[in-house]
Each structure stands twice: as structure tokens, then as C-alpha cells.
Design a protein around this ligand. Sequence first.
Ligand SMILES: Cc1cc2nc3c(=O)[nH]c(=O)nc-3n(C[C@H](O)[C@H](O)[C@H](O)COP(=O)(O)OP(=O)(O)OC[C@H]3O[C@@H](n4cnc5c(N)ncnc54)[C@H](O)[C@@H]3O)c2cc1C
Length: 481
Amino acid sequence: MKKYDVIVIGGGVVGTAILRSLAAYNAKVLLLEKSSDVATGASRANSGIVHAGYDAETGTKKAYFNVKGAAMYPALTRELRVPYRMVGSLVAAKEGGLPAIKALYERGVANGVKVEIIERARIEALEPNISPEIRYALYAPEAGVVSPYKLTIAQADHAVQNGAEIRLEEKVVSIKKTEDGYLVVTEKAQYVASYLINAAGAGAVEINALLGESTPEMKHAVGDYYILDSKAAGVVNTVVFPLPDEKGKGILVAPTADGNVILGPTSRVVPHDEAEVNAVTREGLALVREGVGKLIPKVDLRSVIRVYAGTRTAVGGDFIIEESCKFKNYFMLLGICSPGLTSAPAIGEYVAAEAAKSLALTKKEKMLPLPDRFHLTKATDDEIKDKVASDPAFGRIVCRCEKVTEGEILAAIHSPLPAHTVDAVKRRVRAGMGRCQGGFCRPRVMEILSRELNIPLSEVRLGEKGSEIAPYEVKDGYGKI
Ligand SMILES: Cc1cc2nc3c(=O)[nH]c(=O)nc-3n(C[C@H](O)[C@H](O)[C@H](O)COP(=O)(O)OP(=O)(O)OC[C@H]3O[C@@H](n4cnc5c(N)ncnc54)[C@H](O)[C@@H]3O)c2cc1C
């Protein structure tokens, strides 16, 4: 049985942030994730906004980690080479909305956030396509947009690069308190850890139950989204929110860090057993269209290339980030809803430091950096020439929409946390994320995965087990594309 100093359960943006921070210590650390990849829960399907920090109630953990986390983003995303842009955000209000904007402004100031109230002329200068009914806005110039799944993957890669281990497709099914730690049993193996961290998102209640720890009532709310093709970029420049209501921050229109436009989310309450279904509904999408029409009526829905849904998990009004009173060295992260993505880097540092304190871990002198990756769309002509001369795979375009080369796909398959499904490749290099949504490149990505993983084409999966794309032979020549 393998023994670890710390085991983290859950490979979302929070679990991988903790793992990466733990990898900075001299310690044996492991992350267990039940899915086929990291970033398949709430950390895959969200708005990707790095919130400035005016929304959370002053004095809460949400406010503290939001503001601290947002400040870490510029350096963190540079270091991990994750798409991030500080585009700023507007909370837009009609005539009569000024008192609500003022209340948000005051909270922002109390939380230490750079905010200002602006009127029509400045709003229009920032957002020429905004609804003519909008009169006032709260402007937060330091809000940003980030690719949430790329950040999660990069954190995981960086942790592995620095000695941490990640086991995918290992659902935790049993936990026992031992004399000096925890016995953690997955569907495949057993591990022992001195310190155990529950960062299982919507699954955190089940993890607590396995140990006999109680969880306050959890609430789950699905958010439906549209994604527009990158040709729609420019219809909006900042993150544009309506005034928040009792359901949350409302339906926004925003540029994404990768150059698309995002519309959503709704907030549809679902029972716990539907928290991981993540399916859009017709009614949900209708609400998104209605909300968007009130903010940026010029959005052209003919540019939609994808719809998706993600589910938030909340316990009361604040995050629960604390060691269990009942079980020493068992740390819980519960109800990490929005602004959990923004907060994750700061949460990661804090939780890793708590574990290090308990186990008296020492810090490594330095961490190895993530190696630089070549991306055709970001390279100059000379860089492309040199790269193709040294490896012709970087001259073979596989995804025409997003201009992704075979070399980039190979790098993803052989990265510190290897991509072994079509969706895992897509999340890392964007093959299949463009206008045709993989219509042209998917068979070629499948062929590359089959070759590199040395598995028959019939075993190449879209994502989770049971999602084999071509499991049956339908005509002669099967297996050759
Ligand atoms: C619609 C929506 C919009 C949002 N927008 C924003 C935003 O714009 N900005 C922002 O800051 N935040 C936003 N958030 C919040 C943010 O996405 C979450 O706070 C964050 O992703 C939570 O990360 P996590 O790691 O806690 O959870 P998750 O990403 O859900 O990760 C938990 C992981 O645990 C794994 N797991 C569960 N049970 C087990 C088990 N038994 N064994 C092993 N593994 C297990 C799951 O498979 C999953 O991968 C939004 C959330 C949603 C849903």
C-alpha cells in the first residue's frame, strides 16, 4: 500500500491549486480524481470570470479569497502560460438602478477593490453595443477572463512536473481513520495518508459521509450557456453583468480568454443527484437569450457554436474552508461556488500551508517551471519555420478552425498529466473547439490517440468510460482513416 503525506480528493481548479501549492514542499502528495481528466466538474463549465471582488459580503471567506486570488492571476497565468485577459467588468443598470450600483460600489471599496461608478457616455465608450436603456454602471477595471479548464490542467501539469502524483479514474469509495492518518480506498487501489483534503466539489458530501463527518445542506444550481464563434468577438469588450438579484450575479455577456463570446448563465436549482448531469434545457437557454437581449441586443445568435451547462454547489452564504473539528488532519472545502475559480489560487496556497504546518513540512528551494509549449497561432513566421524544420509534425494542421498542429496534439498526449481522450486533447490544445466543433478533426485526433496510446481505434474515447466513439466495425477498411 502506498503511503503519502497528503492526499487531495478532487481534480477541479481548487484541488489542483492545492496540489500545486503542496508540490512546493518536500512532501509525497497525491490527487485522486474519479473522472478521466482533471477539470471535468464545475471547473470545466463556468463563466471563466476573474471577479474583481465587489460582489462578496465584506468579511466573508468569499471576499477574502476572491480579492487575494484575483491579485494572483496576472503572475500565475504568465507563469503557467494560461490564457487570461484583464478586460474589466461592468454591472449595468437602467434608470432607477443607481442606488443598487452605489451599494455595490461601497462594498467594493470596503473589500479593497478598484471600482468606480460611470454614466452613459463612458459606458458607451467601453461598450458601443450596450442597450440604450443602460444609464449607470459599476466599472471594475481589474476584473478579467481566464480559461478555467486550461488553468486547472496547467496547475495539475505543474504539480506533476514537481513530483506530485495524480491518479485519474479512481473514485474514492471508502475512507477509514487510522491511528496516525487515513486509509483511502478507491475503485482500483488503497492508499494511506497523514493528511486528507476533501476538494470533491459536489461530491464533497459523499466524501464526508464516508468518514462519518457531517455536511450542512448543499444546494445545487445549474447554469446554461451559449458560446459564440470567435468571429463574434468585438460585440462586447468587457464582462457585462446586469444588476445582481437573489439568484446571483445574473446573465452576463463577455469575451472569453480564448477569443469567443460567452452568454449566460441561468441559475436553475436541481436536486443533489442531478448535480453532475450538466445538461442545458430549452427553458434555460430561452432565459439566456432574454437576459442577453436586455444588455447587448446586437448579439447575433447565428454565431452560436456550442451550448453547455455547469452546476454550482453552495452551502449557506459562504465557503467552508476548514479542518474538521472531529477528525484531526482532515480538511474540508465545501460549497466552493462562485467566486471559487477566482479564489482557487489563494485557497490553494492557504490549504497547502495549513497541511504543511500540521505535518511540519519544509519548502523546496524552488519549483521547476513548466516547459514552454509551441502554439502555431501564437508563433511568428520565423518561429514556425524553425519549429517545422526541427519537427515536421508542427507543420501538419489537424484542426483547421483553431489551427492546431499534430505536434501540439502530441505534446498534449505526452504532457506531465497526459491527455488520453478526445475531449482531454480538446481542452488542452483547442482541437475541436472551433466553428465545426470537431466535424473535420475528430477522426484525425482519434487516429493520433490510437497510435500514441497503442490502443485500437475502437477503444478511443470521447471522455468518460463508455464513450468510445467508434466501437463497432461498419464497413471494410475499419481502422484506417
Ligand atoms: C455556472 C457556473 C458559473 C461560474 N462562474 C464562475 C466565474 O465566472 N468565476 C468564478 O470565480 N467562479 C465561477 N464559478 C465557480 C467555480 O466554477 C467553482 O467554484 C470551481 O470550479 C469549483 O472548483 P472545485 O475544484 O471545488 O470543484 P470541481 O471542479 O467540481 O471539482 C471537484 C472534483 O472532484 C471530483 N470528485 C467528486 N467526487 C469524487 C470522488 N468520490 N473521488 C474522486 N474524485 C471525486 C469530481 O469529479 C470533480 O472533478 C462558476 C460555477 C458555475 C457552475
